[in-house]
Design a protein around this ligand. Structure first.
Ligand code: M6R
Length: 609
C-alpha cells in the first residue's frame, strides 16, 4: 500500500514529510514525492525509485514552506514512473492531492474531463481527483472537496491542498486508513502511525466517510453532510517497531487482518455495483476470442500454485474449458502441449519468481496467449505477459503469503465468471448470485477475524504435534493444500494435504492415535463423502478438527472440534476457509516461538531457478 503524510504548522514541512515517508518505507513502494506551499504556490517534487533519490534531487533546493503533503507510491494504475508518482496536481497547479486506494470510476471521469479540455500528465486514477477539484472549484475549498467526493467512487484515503486556501489541509477516507496527529501549533496527517509517533502520540483515527479540516491549531471533523463529529483522542502507546506492524506482533498477522480491504480493492471496479456481472476493462475480451480458446494452463509456484488449483475448479466448472495446473519449474521442462488456442495464465504475487517468469516465456514461445495475475505493477512477469490482471493486495512483507492468496482466489473467480459469461457457459442468474456472494466477502472475513479465539486455542493445544494432516474433497482439497503449506512453512510442523478419498490408498497408515487431522467440509456436493473419510480417520483415533459452514448441524457428531465459517456458495467457501487455516499456522508458529515473518531457509521473492 502507498504511504501518505501531511503537515501544517510553523516548521519547514519538507523535513517532516521526508522523515515521515522514511518511517513508511518498510511498507514497500516504487516512487516518492512531496508538495509544499511556499507562500505563493504549491511546489511538487517527485520521482520514481527510492526516497533517497528524491532527497538527493532536492537536497540543494529544498521546497520551503510550512504546509505540505507527501506520498510513497505502490503502483496500481500506471507503471512506476516520475509522472505517475504522487502528489498529483491539476493543470494550474493550485489543487494537489495524494491518494491511497483506487478510484473505481476514474476512466469515465477522465474521458469527461478530457472532453471539457483537461490535459492529463499521468496514467493514474488519482490525477482525476485533482482535475475534478479544478473543474468544480467555486471559491470554497471545503465545498469543492465535498462535491468531488460525491462524484468519485471507490476506496481511498485522500489529502487535498489548495493554493487559494493555504491555511488548511482537507483529508478523508473510505476503506483505507488515515490518522491525524495532534500537535501544539501544528498537526500531522498520515496513513500509518509510524510516520507521526516521533512528533505526537495523540491521534484521531478517521472512520469511513469522515472529513477533517486540518489547520495548524485546530482539527475539525465532520461527516460528508457537514454534521460535526466529536472524535475521541487515541493515545498511541506502541513503540516504533510495533507501530510499523500496526500494533500487531508480526507482519503476517497484520496482513491476515488486511484481507477484507485487500479483497475489496481487488473487486473494486470489477464486480459490477448492481451485481450484474464482471468487468475487466484491462482485458476487454470478446465472445469470439474466448470461444477460440480450447485449453488453459495455469502455471505458478507455492501459494500462487495453490491459487491456481482453485482456479482450475473455477474455470472448468463455470467457463467449461479444460484447465491444467502446473508447477512452474515442471512446466518448462515437460514439453507442454501448447498452441495458439491455449491461454496460459501465470500467477505470482511478486511478479519476479524466476521459475514462473521462465514458464511464461516458454508458453509464449510455444504460441500461447498469455495472461499474468500479479500483485506488482511493472514487475518482470507483468511486463512479459500479453495482458495483466492485478490483484490489489498491497505490499506483502511476511514471507508467508496470505492476503496475496485470497486476492488471487477472488481474481480467479472473477475471471471464471467473466469467461463463463463470454462463452455462454454460465447463466446470467448464476453469475449474479456469485457476484452478490463476492460483495459479501469483505464483511464476512471481518466477522471471522473478530471471532477466531477457538483457532488460537487449537493451535496452542496441538502446536507441538509432529505431524498434521489436512483433508478435503474438491475445492476443500485445493484449500487444504494451502493450509498445509502455511503450517509447515512457518511452524516447521510436518503437514500433508490429502484428497480425502485418497487416504485409504496409503496415507491412512500414518493416521494414529492423537494425530491432528483438519477436515474441510464446506463443499455440499461432496459433503456425505467427506463425512465417510472423517469416520475413517476417527476410527484410527485421530483428533479431528472439522471446518464447516455455519448452520451445519451434523458435523459436530463426527469430529472432536469444529471451526465454523460463514455459510456461503461453494465457490466462495475457499476464500473464507483459508482464513482460519492461516491463523492456525500463525498461532502454531508463535506457540513454538518461530520467526513468523522470516521462516528459516525461505525468501519472499525467489529469483533463482
Ligand atoms: O511471488 P510469487 O507468488 O511468485 O511466489 C511464489 C512462491 O514462492 C510463494 O507463494 C511461496 O510459496 C510463499 N512463501 C508461500 O507462503
Amino acid at each position: 500500500m502507498c504511504g501518505i503524510v501531511g503537515y501544517i504548522g510553523d516548521q519547514e514541512a519538507a523535513g517532516f514529510l521526508l522523515d515521515g515517508l522514511e518511517k513508511l518505507e518498510y511498507r514497500g513502494y516504487d516512487s516518492a514525492g512531496i508538495a509544499v506551499f511556499n507562500g505563493t504556490n504549491i511546489r511538487v517534487e517527485k520521482c520514481v525509485g527510492r526516497l533517497e533519490e528524491l532527497k538527493q534531487k532536492i537536497a540543494h533546493d529544498m521546497p520551503g514552506g510550512a504546509m505540505g503533503i507527501g506520498h510513497t507510491r505502490w503502483a496500481t494504475h500506471g507503471r512506476p514512473s516520475d509522472r505517475n508518482s504522487h502528489p498529483h496536481a491539476d493543470e494550474s497547479g493550485n489543487f494537489v492531492v495524494v491518494h491511497n486506494g483506487i478510484i473505481e470510476n476514474y476512466l469515465r471521469l477522465k474521458e469527461e474531463l478530457i472532453d471539457k479540455g483537461h490535459h492529463f500528465a499521468s496514467e493514474t486514477d488519482t490525477e482525476v481527483v485533482a482535475h475534478l477539484m479544478a473543474e468544480h472549484y467555486n471559491g470554497d475549498f471545503e465545498a469543492t472537496v465535498k462535491k468531488v467526493l460525491s462524484i468519485i467512487s471507490g476506496s481511498y484515503s485522500l489529502v487535498f491542498m489548495c493554493a487559494h486556501e493555504p491555511d488548511k489541509l482537507i483529508c478523508t477516507k473510505q476503506d483505507n486508513p488515515l490518522v491525524i496527529g495532534l500537535g501544539e501549533g501544528e498537526n500531522f496527517i498520515a496513513s500509518d502511525i509510524p510516520a507521526i509517533i516521533n512528533h505526537t502520540r495523540k491521534t484521531y483515527i478517521l472512520s469511513d466517510g469522515e472529513l477533517a479540516i486540518v489547520k495548524k491549531d485546530s482539527v475539525w471533523v465532520q461527516n460528508r453532510d457537514g454534521v460535526p463529529i466529536s472524535k475521541k483522542v487515541f493515545e498511541v502507546h506502541w513503540d516504533a517497531e510495533a507501530a510499523e506492524k500496526g500494533g500487531f506482533d508480526h507482519f503476517m498477522i497484520k496482513e491476515i487482518n488486511e484481507q477484507p480491504r485487500a479483497v475489496r480493492d481487488t473487486m473494486t471496479g470489477r464486480v459490477a455495483k448492481d451485481e450484474t456481472g464482471i468487468v475487466f476493462e484491462e482485458l476487454n475480451w470478446t465472445a469470439d476470442e474466448m470461444s477460440a480458446i480450447n485449453k488453459i494452463f495455469i502455471v505458478a509456484c507455492g501459494t500462487a500454485y495453490h491459487a491456481g488449483v482453485v482456479g482450475k475448479y473455477y474455470l472448468e466448472q463455470l467457463a467449461r474449458i479444460p484447465v491444467e495446473v502446473d508447477i512452474a519449474s515442471e512446466f518448462r521442462y515437460r514439453s507442454p502441449l501448447v498452441d495458439e488456442n491455449t491461454l496460459a495464465i501465470v500467477i505470482s504475487q511478486s511478479g519476479e519468481t524466476s521459475d514462473t517468469l521462465a514458464a511464461l516465456k516458454e508458453a509464449k514461445r510455444l504460441g500461447a496467449r498469455t495472461l499474468a495475475v500479479t500483485n506488482v505493477v511493472g514487475s518482470s512477469i507483468a511486463r512479459e505477459a500479453d495482458q495483466v490482471v492485478y490483484t490489489y493486495a498491497g505490499p506483502e512483507i511476511a514471507v508467508a503469503s496470505t492476503k496475496a492468496y485470497t486476492t488471487q482466489l477472488v481474481t480467479m473467480l472473477m475471471l471464471a465468471i467473466y469467461v463463463g459469461e463470454l462463452r455462454g457457459a454460465l447463466p446470467a442468474e448464476r453469475a449474479q448470485e456469485l457476484c452478490r456472494g463476492l460483495h459479501r466477502l469483505p464483511e464476512q472475513i471481518e466477522d471471522m477475524l473478530s471471532d477466531m479465539d477457538s483457532v488460537k486455542t487449537f493451535a496452542q493445544k496441538y502446536g507441538y504435534s509432529e505431524d498434521v494432516f489436512f483433508i478435503g474433497r474438491s475445492l476443500d482439497y485445493a484449500v487444504a493444500l494451502e493450509g498445509s503449506l502455511k503450517l509447515k512453512e512457518i511452524s516447521y510442523i510436518h503437514a500433508e494435504a490429502y484428497a480425502a478419498g485418497e487416504l485409504k490408498h496409503g496415507t491412512l497408515a500414518l493416521i494414529t492415535e492423537g494425530v491432528p487431522v483438519i477436515a474441510l467440509a464446506t463443499q455440499y456436493d461432496v459433503y456425505e463423502k467427506t463425512l465417510s473419510n472423517i469416520k475413517e480417520v476417527k476410527a484410527r483415533d485421530a483428533v479431528v478438527i472439522g471446518l464447516a459452514l455455519t448452520g451445519d448441524e451434523s458435523i459436530a457428531k463426527y469430529v472432536d472440534h469444529v471451526i465454523f465459517i460463514p455459510a456461503t456458495d461453494k465457490y466462495l467457501a475457499p476464500i473464507l476457509a483459508v482464513v482460519p487455516l492461516q491463523l492456525l499456522a500463525y498461532y502454531a508458529a508463535t506457540t513454538r516461538g518461530c520467526d513468523v515473518d522470516k521462516p528459516r531457509n525461505l525468501a519472499k521473492s525467489v529469483t533463482v531457478e
